[in-house]
Design a protein around this ligand. Sequence first.
Ligand code: SF4
Length: 345
Amino acid sequence: MNFSKTLIAWYDANKRDLPWRGISNPYHIWLSEIIMQQTRVEQGTAYYLAFIKKFPKPSLLANAPLDEVLKLWQGLGYYSRARNLHAAAKFIVSEYKGSFPKSYPEILSLKGVGEYTAAAIASFAYNQPYAVVDGNVYRLLSRVFGISTPIDSNKGKTEFRELAALLLDKKEPGTYNQAIMEFGARYCKPRNPDCTTCIFSDICLAKERKEVHLLPVKANKTKVRERFFQYLVIRYKDQTWIRKRTKKDIWEGLYEFPLIESQHMLGETDLKKQAEWKSCFSGLKPIVKKESRVYKHLLSHQRIFAVFWEIEVAKEIKAKGWKKTKISKLQDFAVPRLIDLYLEQ
Ligand code: SF4
């Protein structure tokens, strides 16, 4: 699959009709980008239209009193953005005779313009090959490519910047940049994205590993140990197997289903490659009947992600430390709340 072409095809079919779309006026694009930072599209659109109506050229913005600019900005918050707009417009007039600068370094040097905004303007207005990397891009790339390098670390920033540059469609950088931002914002959302119908569902590593909710990673979070449990709910007729937790670990003395603990969440293919799976089912022909949703369980210093795999076997299993029980009797055993939740459902 070609990532960029797939993304652009989705964008062509799904893009929203916004007033700053499909334009090449760098000044208007700049205004839209600054206004839309930390602002919802519904709210920002009215401000954008008011700004280009009142100040259709950089010189008109530069020559307006700051108070007038701030008044028009009122209600958007983050007033430093309005002050920076005004100062940058004055700079454009004094340094570039009122014409918006054309090169990426010049755009980047404008007050209030960071790498993301400079790349957006350079690509949208001039079709220059600069890849945008904003929160939406971090989220999408970290998930599709399974990157857990913290996005707020220098290493992470470099890694994502390089990947974004590599993926950028050099012929249509503007369209590509708009596509990736739009897709990240509307489809690969922070919470509960619809992965089943996603155009990247076949290649998305986070989906395969069930790590969608874990990415992107930020370094400056309280350290909580994350653990990934694959519970094997094995059935033979009306029987299943459980075992008691004996290690000096959480839930000591409680019962649980046979467990494979992994470094990250596993898909069925990877699950079957685990050594414990092989030793547990050696000589049997287990059939995976069902895979549960991911259960998230919080302890004081641990966050547990568990999946219950319902597996059928054609004969009994004899394994050391395992206890056979009727499925209907499971409620009689002391189990962790996590298992209880699964049984209730
Ligand atoms: S499959 Fe899910 S996590 Fe992966 S890119 Fe699509 S929406 Fe995002």
